[in-house]
Design a binder for this molecule. Structure first.
Ligand SMILES: [Zn+2]
Length: 68
C-alpha cells in the first residue's frame, strides 16, 4: 500500500529531487524559503484556479447589483 509517491509541497506536481528535498527544484525551495522569511518577496505560488473563478463570480454579481 505504498502507491502514493511524494510530491513537492510547493508545486504539488513534481517529485522531490535529492538535492532540494523535499522540493523538486531550487525555485520551489526558494518559494518556501521566502514564505518563511515573511512572504514579502514571495513569488506567488501556484494559485488554485477555484479562487480566481470565485473572485470573478463575485465581481460579476456586484456589477449586476449596480445595474439594477
Ligand atoms: Zn516543486
Amino acid at each position: 500500500m505504498n502507491g502514493t509517491r511524494k510530491r513537492c509541497p510547493i508545486c504539488k506536481v513534481k517529485e522531490p529531487v535529492e538535492k532540494y528535498r523535499p522540493f523538486c527544484s531550487k525555485r520551489c525551495a526558494d518559494v518556501d524559503l521566502s514564505k518563511w522569511l515573511g512572504g514579502k518577496y514571495a513569488i506567488p505560488a501556484v494559485e488554485p484556479p477555484d479562487e480566481y473563478e470565485l473572485m470573478e463570480a463575485v465581481e460579476r454579481a456586484q456589477r449586476e447589483e449596480n445595474e439594477t
